[in-house]
Design a protein around this ligand. Structure first.
Ligand SMILES: Nc1nc2c(ncn2[C@@H]2O[C@H](COP(=O)(O)OP(=O)(O)OP(=O)(O)O)[C@@H](O)[C@H]2O)c(=O)[nH]1
Length: 213
């Protein structure tokens, strides 16, 4: 496994205006734009990482958060290894939307998809409307790591993608050993000799031979 290159697909989801595009642009290009430009279709950016000698290629997909684009979701999150579910700490309605996404992703992608939940805009702490305790408790309950970020001030952004990548590497290692076990069991099964029952008719070739007499 050590020298393998891992290709991971990561998708960012969450309500409109929570800062999904801003988190990606901060992480990949180290830029921040204070204007909100509504994402209308998904696009992806690439990032290469090297973690303890393991090479990782991330394809990070930005999706549209506005409700009218929600139906497009499955097209973009299909085959994702990981998802970043973003809410805005100043927007109370953005947190329940994360819960809806957790259910949808677990239903569509199963338990193997790695989830992180991110409370963005911590530079606006004074306007906080989502309790940190509630967000942490919920994240733990659904098996997701919780992070807080400010895309504006570049706080915690790198940790989100590093934390998620480590989780996806663990998941890939688990999957690899599961596959090895299945392969081993498969080859053991192929070695089993099947002993015919006494009542089983003889093979076709023998019967053909006997019919000449
Ligand atoms: N104060 C503050 N503003 C932020 C932060 N991150 C994003 N914003 C602002 O929030 C607004 C929305 O950011 P986007 O990144 O466009 O949000 P989005 O989730 O991609 O929005 P959709 O494309 O509609 O889904 C913009 O005006 C950003 O400048 C942050 O950490 N702090």
């Amino acid at each position: 496994m050590a020298n393998n290159v891992h290709d991971f697909k990561v998708v960012l989801v969450g309500e409109g205006c929570v800062g999904k595009t801003s988190l990606i642009l901060r992480y990949i290009e180290n830029t921040f734009n204070s204007n909100h430009i509504t994402t209308v279709q998904a696009s992806f950016l690439k990032k290469k990482l090297n973690i303890d000698g393991q090479r990782v290629n991330l394809a990070i997909w930005d999706t549209a958060g506005q409700e009218q684009f929600h139906a497009l979701g499955p097209l973009y999150y299909r085959n994702s290894n990981g998802a970043v579910l973003v809410y805005d700490i100043t927007d109370a309605s953005s947190f329940p939307k994360v819960k809806v996404w957790v259910k949808e992703l677990r239903k569509m992608l199963g338990n193997d998809v790695c989830l992180v939940i991110v409370g963005n805009k911590t530079d606006l702490e004074k306007e906080r409307h989502v309790s940190l305790e509630e967000a942490e408790q919920y994240s733990e309950a659904v098996g997701a790591i919780h992070f807080q970020t400010s895309a504006k001030l570049d706080e915690g952004v790198e940790d989100v993608f590093l934390g998620l990548t480590n989780k996806m590497l663990e998941q890939a290692a688990k999957q690899h050993s599961r596959n090895e076990t299945l392969e081993r069991q498969g080859s053991q099964r192929r070695n089993v000799i099947i002993v015919d029952d006494e009542d089983t008719p003889p093979p076709a070739s023998t019967r053909q031979c006997c019919s000449h007499f």
